[in-house]
Write a protein that binds this ligand. Structure first.
Ligand SMILES: *[C@@H]1O[C@H](CO)[C@@H](O)[C@H](O)[C@H]1NC(C)=O
Length: 211
């Protein structure tokens, strides 16, 4: 598994790679359970309790990857009845030293609840303030990351940390800041990045090779 595929599958984006003109809506009916093949609303008579059900978030994910994290996503792909309701839930496992690079979710506010362990989470406000709001969370603590803001997450426990993360979008999306800058295809101009980061071009070339 490549890093890219880990991150893409972790965040459930594969189902959303096709360009669509969709946004979170206010429902016009009680629910619109997505038919697995047509994606249209299932006939109400064919909807069952299982369309609103998922089992499996008690299971720890496999954190054997360079980030030391695993993400299990529960969105409309896993619970058809969640379709069009503008929410996503994720179980996040972090091994010792596990972390998420600075990133944003372009379409969702994030609500983190720690179930086990301890983590640091923080976000940075936009220009011109760049204020940093950060907390060390323990079991039972909850923290909000407002939509679109750059944030950081790292495990502080000696062992695993487990968190449930809720998003107010069916497709929150993720942009990892280091990857976006150094892994863009085609590559962003090295001289421009050197001036932007106030580094020499050699350092930028080295960084590009690492991503
Ligand atoms: C966890 O993932 C690693 C790397 O992909 C793999 O080698 C290993 O077999 C996995 N472990 C389990 C228990 O699935």
């Amino acid at each position: 598994m490549t890093l890219r595929s880990i991150l893409l599958s972790a965040f459930g984006l594969i189902n959303f790679m096709r360009p669509t003109f969709a946004f979170d809506t206010s429902p016009l009916q009680d629910f619109c359970v997505a038919d697995a093949t047509t994606k249209a609303c299932k006939e109400a008579a064919k909807v069952t309790s299982n369309d609103f059900f998922f089992s499996g978030l008690h299971l720890a994910g496999n954190t054997s990857n360079p980030y030391g994290v695993a993400v299990a996503t529960v969105s409309a792909a896993q619970i058809p009845g969640l379709n069009n309701l503008g929410m996503t839930l994720m179980r996040v496992d972090m091994a010792a030293n596990g972390f998420f690079p600075p990133h944003i979710h372009p379409r969702a506010t994030e609500l983190v609840t720690v179930l086990e362990g301890s983590m640091e989470v923080g976000f940075i406000t936009s220009y011109p303030d760049y204020n940093y709001f950060t907390k060390i969370l323990q079991k039972g603590d909850v923290f909000v990351v407002p939509v679109g803001l750059v944030h950081n997450v790292q495990n502080l426990a000696k062992g695993n940390t487990v968190a449930m993360v809720a998003f107010n979008s069916q497709n929150p999306g993720i942009t990892n800041f280091p990857n976006a800058v150094f892994e863009a295809k085609p590559a962003v101009d090295t001289d421009y990045l050197a001036r932007s980061f106030r580094l020499d071009k050699k350092t930028i070339e080295d960084l590009k090779k690492k991503f």
